[in-house]
Design a protein. Structure first.
Lengths: 329, 226
C-alpha cells in the first residue's frame, strides 16, 4: 500500500515535472559547484600516473620562468647598488687661478645633487701620476706640468642613477672653468642593457612556456572529453545543460593548474636553494655578504594564481571547442 | 501530448526519412510505433527527443512547438521526456543508484531527495537491493530496468522507448511491457518503438506503422487477442 502511494506520488498529477523553487535552484547550483569541485579532484586520481605526469610537466614549464624571475630579481638587487656614477672627474682649464678654483668649489658645493667636491691641484696630479706610471725620471725633464687641476665630485644618492648622472654632467659642462667632464657610466649602461636583454629573453621564454601550459591543459581536457563522449551524450539525453556538463572539466583544468603551480613553486625553491651555496661562495671571493631572495608570499600566490587561471582558460577553450559539438545520436 | 503535423525529415543526400507524417498521441495514451528497419521509427523518436529537427512540418510536445526551439531550451524540454534505449545507455562507472538519480541531480534536488526517489524508482522496477551495484554486473534485463527507473524518476509526462525489448527474451519482454502498462495507468503517455509484431499483437494498444518514412497505419493491430 505504501509502495502504491509512492508510485502515485511519483507518476501521477500534472504533466509538468515538479519544479524546484528559485531558492532551491540557487542553493542547488552552489551545492553542485562544490560537489563538482571536489568530485573533479577525485576524478584526477582515477588515473594517477597520467595526472602526475601532466602536473609535473606543467610544474616544469612554469618553474623555468619562475626561476628566471628569482634570478633577475636578485641580479637587480646586486646591480641596484652600482646603478649610476659614484664619482665624476672635472678637468679644469690650465690657466685657472687658485682663487677661481675656490670660487668654483664653493659654487659646486651648493648644487643639491652634489654630495662632496675634492680638489686635486696640478702639482698633486703630477705627483700621483709619477707614482702610478713609474715614469718619474722622464717626467722631470718636462718644461712644464702638462696635467690640469681636477675636481672629483661625488653626486648625491639620487643623482647616482644613470639618468641623474647625465643631468648633472650636462649642468657641469656649462661651467666656464671646466675643460672636460669625465664620468664612467658606460659600463653601467652596458650592464643595464644586458639585463634588459635578459629580461626580454626571459619574457619571451615565459610567454612560450605559458603557451605550452595552455596547450598541454587544453589537450588533456580535450582527451578527457573525447574519452567520455558516451557519458556526455547520456547526460545531454537526460536533460543536462552544457554548463552543467562543462563544469567538471573546467574544475579539472583548474586543479591541474593549481597543482602545477604548487609543483613549480617547489621546483623553484629547490633550484634556487641549490644555487644559493654557489652564489654565496662566489660573493665570498669578493668579500661580499649576499643571500638570494626567494619568492615571497605574494609572488607565490601570483605564480599559483597564474597557473590556475591559465589552466582554467585552457580548459574553457577546449570545452567550448569540443563539448558543445557532442550531441546525442 | 505529442502532435505531428505534416512532418518530414530529409537527411543529406536527399534521403527522406519521414514524409508528411501526421499523428496525435494524447495525454495518458500508450501506443506502439512499428515498421521495418529504415522505416523511420528512430527518426521519429529523435525528432520528439530533439536529437533531430524536422525539415518541414510542426511538432508540438506538451503544448510547446518544438520545431524551431532554441538550442538552450532543449535540455529543459528533455527533462519532460523519459527515454529508454535498446542499449540502455547507462554510465558504467557509476552505481545503479547514481544512474537512476542522474536526472534529479541535474535538476538540483538534494542528495537526500535523490536517494529517496531513486530507491522508490528502483523498487518500482524490482531492483531493490541492487542500488550499489555497477550496471556492468547486471544482466541485460536488469540494465533495462535501471534505464526505465532513470526514465521515470522525474515523473515525465511522456515516456519514449526505442526497442526496449530488443535484447530480451520473450518472458522478460512481457514483464517490461507490463511495467510500461502500469506506468501508463498512472497517466504517463508511452510511445514504444518496436519491430516485434508478436509482442504488439499480445497487447491491445494503438499502433502506428511506418513504411519508407510514411505512416501507413494508425489503429489497433489485429493479433491473437482480437
Amino acid at each position: 500500500m505504501a509502495n502504491q502511494m509512492e508510485d502515485k506520488k511519483i507518476l501521477s498529477g500534472s504533466p509538468r515535472i515538479t519544479k524546484v523553487s528559485f531558492f532551491g535552484r540557487v542553493s542547488a547550483v552552489i551545492r553542485q559547484h562544490f560537489q563538482q569541485i571536489f568530485s573533479s579532484f577525485s576524478e584526477l586520481w582515477r588515473t594517477p600516473f597520467a595526472t602526475l605526469m601532466t602536473v609535473f610537466v606543467l610544474g616544469l614549464a612554469l618553474s623555468l620562468p619562475s626561476v628566471f624571475h628569482v634570478l633577475y630579481k636578485n641580479a637587480e638587487r646586486v646591480t641596484g647598488q652600482w646603478d649610476g656614477a659614484s664619482e665624476i672627474s672635472l678637468f679644469l682649464k690650465k690657466d685657472i687661478s687658485e682663487p677661481r678654483v675656490q670660487v668654483l668649489i664653493n659654487k659646486l658645493s651648493l648644487y643639491h645633487d652634489i654630495d662632496s667636491v675634492t680638489y686635486i691641484s696640478r702639482h698633486q696630479a703630477l705627483e700621483e701620476f709619477k707614482e702610478m706610471s713609474g715614469f718619474s725620471k722622464a717626467l722631470n725633464y718636462l718644461d712644464e706640468n702638462p696635467l690640469p687641476a681636477v675636481l672629483v665630485v661625488v653626486p648625491t644618492k639620487n643623482a647616482m642613477t644613470s639618468a641623474g648622472s647625465k643631468l648633472l654632467v650636462v649642468k657641469l659642462q656649462r661651467e666656464q672653468d671646466i675643460d672636460l667632464v669625465r664620468v664612467d657610466i658606460d659600463w653601467i649602461e652596458k650592464l643595464q642593457a644586458i639585463l634588459a636583454l635578459v629580461v626580454d629573453i626571459v619574457i619571451a621564454i615565459a610567454v612560450l612556456l605559458l603557451i605550452s601550459v595552455l596547450l598541454i591543459v587544453s589537450n588533456t581536457i580535450r582527451l578527457n572529453i573525447l574519452s567520455q563522449r558516451d557519458e556526455i551524450e547520456v547526460l545531454k539525453l537526460v536533460g543536462a545543460t552544457n554548463s552543467f556538463i562543462q563544469r567538471p572539466y573546467l574544475y579539472v583544468g583548474a586543479w591541474y593548474g593549481l597543482l602545477g603551480g604548487v609543483v613549480a613553486w617547489l621546483l623553484t625553491l629547490g633550484m634556487v636553494t641549490w644555487l644559493q651555496s654557489g652564489v654565496m661562495s662566489l660573493m665570498g671571493l669578493y668579500q661580499l655578504q649576499f643571500e638570494i631572495a626567494l619568492l615571497n608570499v605574494e609572488e607565490v600566490v601570483i605564480l599559483i594564481g597564474i597557473a590556475t587561471g591559465l589552466a582554467f582558460v585552457a580548459s574553457y577553450i577546449s570545452v567550448k571547442q569540443y563539448l558543445v559539438k557532442i550531441e546525442p545520436k | 501530448m505529442i502532435l505531428f503535423e505534416e512532418v518530414s525529415k530529409i537527411y543529406a543526400g536527399n534521403f527522406g526519412a519521414l514524409k508528411q507524417v501526421d499523428f496525435h498521441l494524447k495525454q495518458g495514451e500508450m501506443a506502439f510505433l512499428t515498421g521495418h528497419s529504415g522505416s523511420g521509427k528512430s527518426t521519429l523518436l529523435k525528432l520528439i527527443s530533439l536529437m533531430e529537427r524536422p525539415t518541414t512540418g510542426r511538432i508540438v510536445l506538451n503544448g510547446n512547438d518544438i520545431s524551431n526551439i532554441k538550442g538552450n531550451d532543449i535540455p529543459y524540454l528533455r527533462r519532460h521526456i523519459g527515454m529508454i534505449f535498446q542499449d540502455h545507455r547507462l554510465l558504467m562507472n557509476r552505481s545503479v543508484l547514481e544512474n537512476v538519480g542522474l536526472p534529479l541531480l541535474i535538476e538540483g534536488y538534494s542528495r537526500y531527495e535523490i536517494k529517496r526517489r531513486s530507491l522508490a524508482a528502483l523498487e518500482k522496477v524490482g531492483l531493490m537491493g541492487k542500488e550499489d551495484y555497477s550496471p556492468i554486473h547486471l544482466s541485460g534485463g536488469e540494465q533495462q530496468r535501471v534505464g526505465i527507473a532513470r526514465a521515470i524518476i522525474n515523473q515525465p509526462p511522456l515516456l519514449l522507448a526505442d526497442e526496449p525489448t530488443g535484447n530480451l527474451d520473450p518472458k522478460l519482454s512481457l514483464e517490461i511491457l507490463s511495467l510500461f502498462e502500469s506506468l501508463n495507468e498512472f497517466g504517463m503517455s508511452v510511445l514504444i518503438a518496436t519491430h516485434d509484431l508478436g509482442l504488439i499483437a499480445k497487447m491491445r494498444y494503438r499502433t502506428l506503422t511506418l513504411k519508407n518514412g510514411e505512416m501507413i497505419n494508425d489503429g489497433l493491430m489485429r493479433g491473437r487477442n482480437g
